[in-house]
Design a protein around this ligand. Structure first.
Ligand code: IMP
Ligand code: MG
Length: 181
């Protein structure tokens, strides 16, 4: 847990997020309009707000499932080792799957998770992340859809935490430490 004092500066407003989700849902709809069996898989815990807004904006029949994978502890640095803490409840073999993530940072998490799920032979699998930090990438991974590309800042809100806090902010904010020189 962090004991350093910090403030949160707004980076992306709730209104901008909602507008971007509307745009993304048009594209996702075009991709999956022929499906009658889309499984939307949220990566816990950071995607829980995003997936809730996404599925409500998406005018398609969906099932919702969750997977918990983590490369982060309560720290700000990736451990680079991705573990699956909770598997899906449902089967995805032969089904269309949309994996929903909060942030692509080093890329290790989605790289690992997509390989893990691909081994179950879904008919089609796409990925969406609300945020992308391309400058931090360590493995070659790009999501099919990205909400916003952001610089190398540590962000919180809209489901995303810092040491398990601030997930309930309606907007995305960046963490600014106030004890810095
Ligand atoms: P990756 O495996 O390095 O791509 O990390 C992805 C995960 O790291 C995300 O799902 C987040 O849980 C976490 N993460 C990356 N950047 C941030 C951040 O700025 N704030 C909070 N969590 C982050
Ligand atoms: Mg995460």
């Amino acid at each position: 847990m962090s004991s350093r004092p910090y403030v949160i500066d707004q980076m992306i407003s709730a209104k901008s997020i909602a507008a971007r989700i509307e745009e993304l849902c048009h594209e996702i709809h075009d991709e999956f309009e022929d499906t009658d069996k889309l499984v939307v898989v949220g990566l816990l815990r950071g995607s829980f707000v995003f997936i809730a807004d996404l599925v409500r904006e998406l005018d398609l029949p969906v099932e919702v499932d969750f997977l918990e994978a983590s490369s982060y502890g309560d720290a700000m640095e990736s451990s680079r080792e991705v573990r699956i803490y909770k598997d899906l409840r449902g089967k995805i073999e032969g089904r269309d799957v949309l994996v929903v993530e909060d942030i692509v940072d080093t890329g290790h998490t989605l790289h690992h998770v997509t390989r893990f799920l691909q081994a179950r032979n879904p008919a089609r699998m796409k990925t969406i992340a609300l945020l992308d930090k391309p400058s931090r990438r360590e493995v070659d991974f790009s999501a099919d859809w990205i909400g916003f590309s952001i610089p190398d800042e540590f962000v919180v809100g809209y489901g995303i935490d810092y040491a398990q806090r601030n997930r309930n902010l309606a907007y995305i904010g960046k963490v600014r430490f106030t004890d810095a020189d």
